[in-house]
Design a protein around this ligand. Structure first.
Ligand code: 5GP
Ligand code: MG
Ligand code: MG
Length: 183
């Protein structure tokens, strides 16, 4: 669905489909250079990273493998607690492999910092992160993110994989929701 389909649910479009596609292509080119000749495993974090994983991996020219993890970070509230549970673990053994974690958004950084420690303990050759979005003003822990699509303001966003109550993931833009949607 596009911004017109979302109608009055969207308050503001932050990133258009074209802006996202252009930036994803740039990131893919960077990854092609940095990982040329290496055995790379892209690890997508479900469910938000599905769109960026699909587009980024197809924009890349080098062969990659893909795997998925699902983690829960939010419990009942809307704030990240840093308490993370693995809902679905990797199928792949990552020891000795170059792992690139593909994320939708880095907010507090708590989920990611837990994930990096967890993956790091499995003996990979390297672990880096590629996130489509990052909210620098929301950071609670410093996480080294090697590849960032866009730094955005500290507002709740939906679209391009990101949901509110499991909706708006299939929106082709990234935007903020109108207040009436929350209430
Ligand atoms: P963190 O642990 O960095 O605070 O948050 C990690 C997860 O929270 C993200 O992967 C994402 O699923 C969710 N999240 C954080 N900020 C937003 C946002 O602005 N919109 C949506 N839809 N999800 C968010
Ligand atoms: Mg995520
Ligand atoms: Mg969500």
């Amino acid at each position: 669905m596009d911004a017109d389909d979302a109608g009055t649910d969207l308050a503001r479009v932050l990133l258009t489909k074209e802006q996202i596609a252009a930036r994803v292509a740039e990131l893919a080119a960077e990854l092609d250079r940095d990982y040329a000749g290496e055995d790379v495993l892209l690890v997508g974090v479900l469910k938000g990273a599905v769109m960026v994983m699909a587009d980024l991996s197809r924009a890349m020219r080098i062969p990659v493998s893909m795997d998925w993890m699902a983690v829960s970070s939010y419990g009942s509230g809307t704030k990240s607690s840093g308490v993370v549970r693995i809902l679905k673990d990797l199928d792949a053994d990552i020891s000795g492999r170059h792992v690139l974690v593909v994320e939708d958004i880095i907010d507090s950084g708590l989920t990611l910092s837990w994930l990096l420690a967890n993956l790091g303990s499995r003996g990979p050759a390297s672990v880096r992160v590629c996130a489509l979005l990052r909210k620098p003003d929301a950071a609670k822990v410093e996480v080294d993110v090697a590849y960032v699509g866009f730094d955005i303001p500290n507002e709740f966003v939906v679209g391009y994989g990101l949901d509110f109550a499991d909706r708006y993931r299939n929106l082709d833009v990234v935007g903020t929701l109108a207040p009436h949607v929350y209430s």
